[in-house]
Design a protein around this ligand. Structure first.
Ligand SMILES: Nc1ncnc2c1ncn2[C@@H]1O[C@H](COP(=O)(O)OP(=O)(O)O)[C@@H](O)[C@H]1O
Ligand SMILES: [Mg+2]
Length: 260
């Protein structure tokens, strides 16, 4: 008889246990346990300073944790470098944009693709180069920037730049993609477009989204993790989050602190 694995029996793609990160005496993240299932859409919510970005930095390897362990696809990766994690299939964006504004859309994506192939920049053989260029143009299409390949990134709209960042994160062919406040600074229309882009993302890619905008977060996510003062305080479905009194007291009640 064939056994059909149900999601409950499959190990999570990402598992954090007892994760902490201190900066001197400041506990930016403390004692975080987190399980994210394969293909899940997870939002991480919480007020400014809650520790959301630090948690991403610990997961992506940008900062090692001060405590705890991280498993990715069943292997412990707690001490691996960021580039080793990228090769295993982690892609991320940064809250503060890291785009090259003076280069074209295609060149930015090309550099992101190159970064994966070699870890650092070195001359590429011409045939291989054409392949990588083609991949960069494909990525532009997957994030709705077809026709904009030659455009300088500095002259894209804010929303298009955010779309491009999603494309750059996709350059590593991620199985796990982490987006840090992709909707911040966007107009209402741009947020709708970005939400659509996220909803159309390949369902095989696991997505963790830090989002200050409740509308975007609760629309895209299947589960929501709420952080406050470095800790996870609530976890649940979007409906459970909407109905949760702690969430209202700590977050919704004070109004959205984002840049609007
Ligand atoms: N590199 C760092 N050095 C020192 N303190 C930091 C650093 N990064 C974050 N922090 C502090 O850690 C806390 C959590 O920050 P952060 O993770 O950026 O929160 P969030 O993304 O939820 O707004 C804040 O008090 C912040 O000032
Ligand atoms: Mg942050």
């Amino acid at each position: 008889m064939t056994e059909v694995a149900t999601p409950e029996h499959v190990e999570p793609i990402l598992r954090l246990r007892g994760i902490g990160r201190r900066f001197g005496g400041l506990h930016a993240v403390r004692d975080v346990d987190l399980d994210v299932a394969h293909g899940e859409r997870r939002a991480i919510l919480g007020p400014n300073g809650a520790g959301k970005t630090t948690l991403f930095n610990v997961i992506s390897g940008d900062f090692p944790p001060s405590a705890g362990t991280i498993e990715f696809q069943g292997d412990e990766i707690t001490l691996l470098s960021p580039s080793a994690r990228a090769k295993l299939g982690m892609g991320r964006t940064y809250q503060k944009s890291r785009l090259f504004l003076g280069l074209s859309v295609e060149d930015n994506l090309y550099l992101a693709v190159l970064g994966v192939k070699s870890g650092h920049l070195r001359p590429v053989k011409l045939r291989r180069d054409n392949e990588l260029r083609e991949r960069a143009r494909d990525l532009a299409r997957t994030v709705g920037l077809d026709g904009r390949e030659r455009t300088l990134v500095g002259s894209l709209s804010h929303g298009e730049q955010r779309q491009l960042e999603v494309g750059m994160a996709r350059a590593v062919n991620p199985t796990l993609m982490m987006l840090d406040e992709p909707a911040s600074g966007l107009s209402r229309g741009e947020r709708v477009a970005l939400t659509e882009l996220l909803l159309q993302l390949d369902p095989a890619i696991t997505l963790i989204l830090i989002e200050h905008d409740m509308d975007v977060a609760l629309r895209v996510a299947e589960r929501v993790t709420m952080m406050h003062d470095g800790r996870v305080i609530v976890e649940g479905t979007p409906d459970e989050i909407r109905a949760n009194q702690t969430v209202h007291d700590l977050y919704l009640g004070r109004g959205n602190q984002s840049d609007g």
